[in-house]
Design a binder for this molecule. Structure first.
Ligand code: SF4
Length: 345
């Protein structure tokens, strides 16, 4: 995952963000009003990081002050966890949501992991429990249980193979079983069925009924309306979007894949059907690309603030720590390792 490499002082960064905000709009921020306070917070966090041998992993959906001011790496959940593992840091501050912090803890048990956000949930990770999976396994004993990375450690421990939005199609295609139970995202399950059919792969796929409240917001009506208004715009969407929305998209991919698609595309206009954070990154990093239409924001991701990061680096609260029971961690790790086996097959 890309190392955040903006090379600006906190003052220069704020000037840049404020000018982009005025020219192109950055969703969800308080940059102008709080500029002096933000500069002080960024300076102090960077001092504390060096003092405590900590790194900050910033998911693309968190606010730009975190990504560009204090983040060491930016990206999506699994790649960031790998950055955590490869780092020599003792402390990992994962500016994202709880299940992502848990994934980092599963992969690097010897590091202290913190999730600073005030609301660290996720409608996908919170919609299914380990007991739900046990019940489903009794009902469908001959199915291979595949879980999206957006699940708790307990749920991963009950499943056979984990997937990310970047590798779901590849991993499911490679699993030597023609009966797959995919959980928890209904949309991703439906999009997976469509993709398997397209590739001529014949598997019986059942899926759970969870949704991401951010991505399910985009409707086919909005998409068609935007296409009329911006006929040249490429429509790119996340696989957590509705199947009919994905069917009308020019490209479907994980946050990182969408970013790379825009980066490498000769096109200049994009209708981006995912969380607002990606639109903000594109506006900040690619001045020649234009994002049209609207975006939706995730209240959980946006609950990470600089003051929360300062707290975990000075006086963390009990809820800031990420703890995973060792037996659960070992079983969840097997589920994640199985993903690598199939993704690299
Ligand atoms: S955007 Fe959706 S999937 Fe991602 S953390 Fe928010 S609720 Fe969960």
């Amino acid at each position: 995952m890309p190392k955040v490499n903006i090379n600006l002082s906190p003052q220069q960064l704020m000037e840049k963000l404020i000018s982009i905000q005025k020219e192109r709009g950055i969703c969800f921020h308080s940059l102008i009003k709080d500029s002096d306070k933000i500069i002080k917070q960024i300076t102090e966090i960077n001092r504390l990081k060096a003092e405590k041998n900590a790194i900050i992993l910033a998911h693309t959906y968190v606010i730009p002050e975190i990504i560009y001011g204090v983040g060491d790496f930016v990206g999506d959940s699994y790649a960031l966890s790998k950055n955590a593992k490869e780092s020599n840091a003792k402390i990992i501050v994962f500016a994202a949501v709880r299940f992502m912090g848990e994934t980092a803890k599963i992969i690097c048990p010897d590091k202290e992991v913190f999730v600073p956000g005030k609301e660290d949930g996720c409608t996908l990770a919170d919609c299914i429990t380990a007991n739900d999976v046990k019940r489903l396994r009794r009902k469908f004993p001959d199915y291979t249980f595949v879980c999206y990375i957006n699940t708790t450690a307990e749920v991963k421990a009950e499943c056979d193979v984990c997937v990310t939005s970047a590798n779901v199609n590849k991993v499911v295609a490679a699993i030597p079983s023609d009966k797959i139970y995919f959980l928890p995202d209904k949309m991703m399950g439906q999009n997976l069925i469509t993709q398997m059919k397209k590739e001529g792969i014949n598997k019986g796929i059942k899926y759970y009924n969870g949704t991401c409240y951010v991505h399910e917001e985009y409707t086919i009506g909005q998409l068609l309306e935007a296409k009329k208004k911006f006929p040249k715009a490429k429509v790119i969407s996340h696989p957590e979007c509705l199947p009919e929305v994905c069917a009308k998209s020019d490209f479907i991919g994980s946050t990182s894949q969408l970013y790379k698609y825009i980066q490498g595309s000769p096109d200049k206009e994009f209708l981006l059907l995912t969380e607002c954070g990606l639109a903000s990154r594109i506006k900040i990093e690619f001045p020649d690309k234009r994002i049209v239409g609207t975006c939706t924001f995730c209240k959980y991701m946006k609950s990470n603030a600089l003051e929360d990061i300062l707290r975990v680096l000075t006086k963390p609260l009990a809820r800031d720590y990420v703890r995973v029971n060792e037996k659960i961690r070992a079983r969840a790790l097997k589920c994640i390792d199985a993903m690598f086996k199939y993704a690299e097959a």
